[in-house]
Write a protein that binds this ligand. Structure first.
Ligand SMILES: Cc1cc2nc3c(=O)[nH]c(=O)nc-3n(C[C@H](O)[C@H](O)[C@H](O)COP(=O)(O)OP(=O)(O)OC[C@H]3O[C@@H](n4cnc5c(N)ncnc54)[C@H](O)[C@@H]3O)c2cc1C
Length: 569
């Protein structure tokens, strides 16, 4: 009876040849729709009847672009290896889980199909360690966000990365908004958020002198923080490696061999390996990985977000995250965007939220930029001349719009960590804790697991000159003049820091990987000045020709050939 009601409703929405199958584990809807909007509307409707929705509705567009950006070479280098745990995905989730698992006497590997960790959503976000206010009360998002927010500060210290609790300010657009305070406070209380305050117009003006005058105070959440999302992901991966985890890049999981309801072997483009436990942290591909294990009981849909990056010298005009939302939006599927200081001193404006058919679409367009302009007016000092670039990322969402973090009900040794949309970065350390608890439950039936005696809680790092004062810098430059040779003037990155990154525990020899670690090319000139020198250093360190150095792996070579080679042809 229920399936018939759902089917009728989907047909009325415009889904043709519709079928609805309801099982204990999920609701599966199928048919043909004219637009992505109809497909997603049908998915959200189905989610009212079951948390897990498999949406097999076909539209013209949603068959495109299923795969990743880079070709993976076929080899058998990993053939026959065996790990206790294989984690699929080198985003912030996979790397946080790997680091947490590295505390135990087990063998762990991360498989990442791209040339580096943090290539997808984990480097394409706003870097906010959200306070947890925006998540719907009672959801996993609310729980993991608040717990993750508490964990990030000590974790960042151990990882040797910067973290700043800047606080977040929701500005009131009318004097009437003030009466919403008890409702906002009640939501913050329900979510267990660490503190909230009502700020008067005068207090806002004092704390943020450059914010617009047409504000009527605000709701302030002091626990919101900021970090560099890509540096955090790299740091988690490096720390895991330093504690014994293997990270296999350019390694794509393409299938599983099953026996008696469990995964026995994991097939990759670099060979087939044994695993006692598999963790699916495959981000925008997590439903594909589930399907490979014949365990697809959820579908993902994709919500693109675009941000504008303002020049570094704008950061001094804003101390907190600030937004002036339409309060009706709080019940919607997006937090609505705003102005976010970055840990490096820029201001980010964004993000937008647009449903798209593709898993990967990092283009930026005029409509999104226009949409973001409404936030720019919040700060009187900002104008479009200070924009240095735009970027987009894509969130992986379930139709229930909540995280899916659980042991598979069908496959005994598989854990899914899927639908990790925002606030996934903020939640990562808390998600990792719970995934490790689940992992130990599964593994302990197969072997006795002890904690490592020699686990090192602090990541080994190289000097970060940005953190040092002039005297300290002078001392370090005296010892090694390479730290005094500035290669990237916008971000003040020295030659020795680039060489250090190439000798780290997870070295990756591409321009973007170096940028992700120490930021040459991330400033106003976008590498216009430093790129040739960075290519030279990469060539020196790897013994490769300039023409073999790439921006981001296969097919992204920058130099075609040397002039001498060209002349001799
Ligand atoms: C515009 C935008 C702004 C955001 N802002 C914030 C914010 O301020 N704060 C916040 O908390 N969250 C934010 N988020 C959300 C946050 O970025 C994500 O929740 C988080 O990065 C998800 O991490 P992940 O590890 O699940 O996915 P990913 O980073 O995508 O990692 C998954 C990895 O799995 C790999 N993979 C997939 N399939 C395979 C396979 N078969 N074999 C091997 N590897 C595979 C992929 O290549 C990928 O690298 C934002 C998101 C967007 C798009």
């Amino acid at each position: 009876m229920k399936t018939l009601t759902i089917k009728r409703k989907l047909e009325s929405m415009g889904v043709h040849e519709c079928s609805v199958v309801l099982t204990d584990q999920s609701i599966c809807i199928a048919g043909i729709a004219e637009s992505l909007a109809t497909k997603n509307k049908a998915g959200w409707y189905a989610a009212k009847f079951h948390t897990n929705v498999v949406n097999n509705i076909i539209t013209d567009k949603n068959m495109r672009n299923e795969d990743c950006e880079h070709e993976q070479a076929i080899s058998n280098e990993l053939e026959g290896l065996s790990y206790d745990v294989i984690i699929i995905g080198g985003g912030v989730i996979g790397c946080a889980v790997a680091r947490e698992l590295s505390k135990y006497e087990i063998s762990v590997a991360v498989f990442e199909k791209e040339y580096d960790v943090a290539v997808h959503t984990s480097s394409r976000n706003d870097g906010m360690i959200h306070d947890g206010f925006a998540a719907k009360p009672g959801t996993k998002k609310a729980y993991y966000n608040v717990r993750g927010n508490r964990l990030w500060e000590p974790l960042a210290r151990d990882l040797g990365i910067q973290f700043r609790r800047v606080g977040s300010l929701i500005l009131f657009r009318t004097p009437l908004n003030t009466i919403l305070y008890p409702i906002l406070a009640n939501r913050a209380k329900k979510n267990n958020v660490d503190g909230w305050e009502l700020w008067s117009k005068e207090k806002v003006k004092k704390e943020e002198p450059y914010l617009l005058d047409e504000q009527f105070g605000g709701f302030y959440l002091p626990s919101a923080g900021i970090i560099s999302p890509y540096r955090a992901t790299v740091a988690l991966a490096e720390h895991a490696v330093q504690n014994g985890v293997a990270v296999h890049l350019l390694t794509k999981v393409i299938g599983f061999e099953m026996h008696d309801g469990e995964i026995v072997r994991v097939k990759t483009n670099r060979g087939t390996l044994q695993a006692k436990l598999v963790i699916n942290a495959a981000g925008n591909w997590a439903d594909i990985v589930a399907e490979l294990a014949n365990d697809k009981y959820f579908s993902l849909h994709f919500r693109k977000g675009t941000d504008i990056i303002f020049d570094k010298n704008t950061g001094k005009w804003q101390n907190h995250v600030a937004a002036m939302p339409n309060f009706l939006q709080i019940a919607e599927k997006t937090k609505g965007g705003g102005l976010i200081p970055t840990i490096e001193g820029n201001i980010l404006v964004g993000p937008t939220a647009t449903e798209i058919a593709e898993r990967v679409d990092y283009s930026t367009n005029q409509d999104d930029i226009k949409e973001l302009e409404k936030h720019i007016r919040l700060n009187k000092k900002l104008n479009l001349n200070q924009v240095i670039t735009y970027f987009s990322g894509v969130r992986a969402c379930t139709y229930s719009e909540d995280f899916l973090i659980e042991k598979s009900k069908k496959i005994k040794n598989l854990i899914h960590v899927a639908g990790i949309q925002s606030p996934g970065l903020a939640s990562a350390p808390a998600i990792a804790e719970d995934v490790v608890t689940m992992s130990l439950q599964i593994l302990s039936s197969r072997k006795h697991i002890l904690k490592k005696d020699n686990w090192n809680p602090v990541r080994n790092t190289y000097p970060d000159l940005q953190k040092l004062n002039f005297k300290e810098r002078a001392e370090i430059i005296n010892k090694n003049p390479g730290y005094g040779k500035i290669v990237c003037r916008c971000e003040t990155v020295s030659e020795q820091e680039i060489r250090d990154a190439l000798h780290s525990s997870l070295p990756v020899y591409t321009l973007d990987a170096i940028k992700r670690r120490i930021r040459p090319g991330a400033g106003r000139c976008h590498g216009g000045f430093c790129t040739p020198r960075v290519i030279e250093i990469l060539a020196e360190e790897t013994g490769k020709n300039f023409s073999d150095i790439t921006k981001k792996g296969y097919g992204s070579n920058i130099v075609l050939q040397s002039l001498e080679d060209h002349a001799s042809e």
